[in-house]
Design a protein around this ligand. Structure first.
Ligand SMILES: Nc1ncnc2c1ncn2[C@@H]1O[C@H](COP(=O)(O)OP(=O)(O)OP(=O)(O)O)[C@@H](O)[C@H]1O
Length: 302
């Protein structure tokens, strides 16, 4: 079976801004796929293109085997979408909002909704505009999960939520997998690391990588080299040594293609008088910071 979410050479331009540049992405069935990257990287644009809210300038995107430009309501009814910027009819009472949503989804399950209302303790007789941000998000999540979507798309679902609400949200989403495939855009790297199976990194509209979480954390290491005596760093360091810096006899860099023996050999080849090499594994947050610093430095160098 083909992947439930796929883009091929997807480019989206808004006048002079290229929000997405030839993005080719494949999200496997049942994955919890995190889309990360700095502000303005193109994450929201990618999600909106997958929902046909925005249309590609070139290339194409496919959802559940259908080109997004040919999406019909029956396909949209198989997708649960939650965005921090979602506009809601604030005047609706929560209970009315949920029954209003029901009519758009043939697969709607009243028993699932009852369970979600109980779990989230949703106040059905209060207007959406009167709910706290977290509570409003839970109401939207209930409406998005009660129809057992095949795809769950989330745009910054965690921002501003307390730790318990986040936990509930993650649990609810994970309970839906592997029957559902999840794609979420988020800046919350520690949270993502705790539950995503895959991670993709967008930077200035370009997909820098997309891979399993395990392989990503395997290939990144914080490397520290101690030298016999201070020397100047050579100018032509390997491209996989990110943010290399030197302080007296210590050289530090992030290796984004770490391989124990190979990294050792490379260090010996590039630096003179190596006394010791240590390599520490990195959290997703530390990897994100290293990538952002490296991207900033390359913009500065242009
Ligand atoms: N409707 C639009 N018109 C013009 N430019 C847009 C539009 N939507 C997005 N952009 C631009 O496209 C680029 C990507 O924006 P996008 O919102 O997709 O980034 P993002 O990764 O979601 O950012 P953030 O993490 O800040 O939410 C930005 O430069 C943004 O200004």
């Amino acid at each position: 079976m083909s992947s439930p979410l796929r883009t091929e050479q997807l480019t989206k331009r808004f006048r002079s801004v290229e929000a997405l540049h030839q993005v080719s992405l494949d999200v496997p069935e049942g994955a919890v796929f995190a889309l990360v990257g700095p502000n303005g990287a193109g994450k929201t644009t990618l999600l909106k293109t997958l929902l046909n809210i925005e249309q590609p300038t070139s290339g194409h995107a496919e959802v559940l085997g259908v080109d997004t430009r040919a999406m019909k309501p029956d396909l949209l009814a198989r997708i649960g979408y939650i965005s921090e910027n979602q506009r809601l009819p604030g005047w609706m009472k929560t209970g009315y909002f949920l029954s209003y949503c029901k009519r758009f989804y043939p697969a709607w399950r009243d028993d699932d909704l009852a369970e979600l209302i109980r779990l989230y303790q949703l106040p059905l007789d209060r207007k959406l505009s009167e709910l706290s941000r977290g509570m409003r998000l839970k109401a939207v999540l209930a409406s998005a999960l009660a129809h057992r979507p095949k795809l769950i798309l989330l745009d910054e679902p965690f921002s501003g939520l307390d730790v318990l609400v986040r936990e509930q949200l993650i649990e609810s989403i994970l309970e839906r997998t592997p029957e559902a495939t999840v794609l979420l855009a988020s800046h919350d790297l520690p949270e993502i690391e705790s539950f995503a199976s895959h991670v993709a990194y967008l930077n200035e509209g370009r997909l820098e990588f997309a891979e399993e979480m395990g392989s990503l954390t395997e290939r990144f290491r914080e490397v520290e080299v101690t030298l016999e005596e201070p020397t100047t760093l050579p100018g032509d360091l390997p491209r996989n040594w990110l943010n290399a810096e030197q302080s007296a006899v210590v050289v530090r860099f992030t290796d984004c293609r770490f391989d124990g023996r190979q990294t050792q050999a490379e260090v010996q080849r590039r630096l003179r008088g190596v006394r010791d090499v240590t390599a520490r594994s990195m959290s997703l947050r530390a990897i994100g910071v290293a990538l952002a610093r490296s991207a900033e430095a390359s913009v500065g160098a242009r």
